[in-house]
Design a protein. Structure first.
Ligand code: FAD
Ligand code: DHB
Length: 386
């Protein structure tokens, strides 16, 4: 089999890239090692930036998002239960975010794939990259071989692509946080119509949602926490404590139908290109979830990458391809900084003393009283311009 771009991974980065390339009449094949049901079933991101919303619109795939997604003009912060609102739209000249789950985005991308000529090979096991630094790279998997001009490594944090780059040509930067997020989904109305990011002496909590009838809550937890130690009642008690009395009064409790723990990590691999291989999304960088940047950074990468391939195939210039890594990384580092800052501001670190906590509270109070500080948060939250 031969194609122009071999895409490894059918997550948000890989599938969005495939749609963007097909829109430009560039041929591609997506190799995914799991099933569609598995990829679509993973409960992950919930908040889409402006840029992500716009690209779905540009692809003509935004219809369901606009009818079912929730537009948020603001977000809330809480200090030991005391809430204040950041009016993102007012601070950014009208920018908003869209609450629309990653599962829904994946559903829309998969549903439109066949009709638009996006070829996906599911359950491609043992994917391996070959001759990446030559002009004739190819990809193999159990029972198949795909020859191509370029490879897009969109296979997430644990994929095969990054490992195909010799270690001496990449530099990695990492921060592992000493805690995770315990998240639940429950079919109960959300406590608040906008999100609440809560800094509490007992640790971080987040009240989020998927729809008017479905809530998503997170609690900062220890890395060795066991799910069986968190029956729903304990979770609800703790989340109410951390969100504070005012919000707790609005919390509707109910049985959770999903409960999982995610560790928090910052990670960047530089450069994002080697020879004919281009990394995009979680394959190249990870952010802690605070601030909801992961999926959005993945989408921003593939917008730049798709434009670079279009410039090459339709304009005959390699300038975009050659500039991809530097351009993508400039945005990535800003996303890394914001996610790291927001995590540092809102979480309880094990080595924190009384002074450190006073600094967090002082910074939150400063944000509360400063339009400049709120604008900084708001413009990062809704997404920096491309
Ligand atoms: P992935 O989604 O990891 O996709 C990679 C794909 O490649 C997968 O389908 C995988 O099966 C496949 N694959 C892996 N290895 C191979 C292989 N060897 N061969 C073939 N295929 C392979 N981000 C936000 O923007 N907003 C949020 O609100 C947010 N909340 C989050 C909450 C949680 C609990 C978690 C865990 C993450 C959250 N994120 C959020 C992050 C976001 O989910 C990821 O950044 C996003 O999924 C990255 O997309 P991706 O396509 O790069 O990688
Ligand atoms: C969600 C996840 C996040 O990381 C975040 O910052 C906001 C919302 C969510 O899953 O709803």
């Amino acid at each position: 089999m031969r194609t122009q771009i071999a895409i490894i991974g059918a997550g948000p980065a890989g599938l969005m890239l495939a749609h963007l390339l097909r829109q430009q009449n560039i041929d591609c094949v997506v190799l995914e090692n799991r099933t569609r049901e598995y990829v679509e079933g993973r409960v992950r991101a919930g908040v889409l930036e402006q840029t992500t919303v716009r690209v779905l619109d540009r692809l003509g795939l935004g219809e369901r998002m606009h009818s079912e997604g929730l537009v948020h003009e603001g977000t809330n912060l809480a200090i030991d239960g005391e809430i204040f609102r950041i009016d993102m739209a007012a601070l950014t000249g009208g920018a908003t975010v869209m609450v629309y789950g990653q599962q829904e985005v994946m559903h829309d991308l998969f549903n439109a794939a066949e009709a638009r000529g996006v070829k996906i090979i599911f359950e491609a096991k043992g994917v391996a990259l070959h001759d990446v630094d030559s002009t004739r790279p190819y990809v193999t998997w159990q029972g198949g071989r795909l020859d191509c001009d370029y490879i897009a490594g969109c296979d997430g944090a644990h994929g095969a692509s990054r490992g195909a780059i010799p270690s001496h040509v990449i530099q990695t930067f990492e921060r592992v946080y000493p805690f995770g997020w315990l998240g639940i989904l429950a079919d109960v109305p959300p406590a608040s119509h906008e999100l609440i990011y809560a800094n509490h002496a007992r640790g971080f909590a987040l009240a989020s949602m998927r729809s008017a009838g479905r809530s998503r809550y997170y609690l900062q937890c220890a890395l060795d926490e066991r799910l069986e130690d968190w029956p729903d009642e304990r979770f609800w008690d703790e989340v109410c404590l951390r969100l504070g009395e005012q919000t707790a009064a609005q919390v509707t409790r109910g049985p959770s139908f999903e409960k999982s723990i995610a560790p928090l990590r910052s990670f960047v691999c530089e450069p994002m290109r080697w020879g004919r291989l281009f990394l995009a999304g979680d394959a190249a960088h990870i952010v802690p979830p605070t601030g909801a940047k992961g999926l959005n950074l993945a989408v921003a990468d593939v917008i730049v990458l798709a434009a670079a391939f279009a410039e090459f195939y339709h304009g005959g210039s390699t300038a975009g391809i050659d500039g991809y890594s530097a351009k993508a990384l400039a945005r990535v580092w800003k996303g890394e900084r914001f996610s790291w800052w927001f995590t540092s501001l809102t979480h309880r670190f094990p080595d924190m003393d009384g002074f450190d906590r006073k600094m967090q509270v002082a910074e939150l109070n400063y944000i509360r009283g400063s339009r400049a500080a709120q604008t900084t948060l708001a413009e990062n939250y809704v997404g920096l311009p491309m």
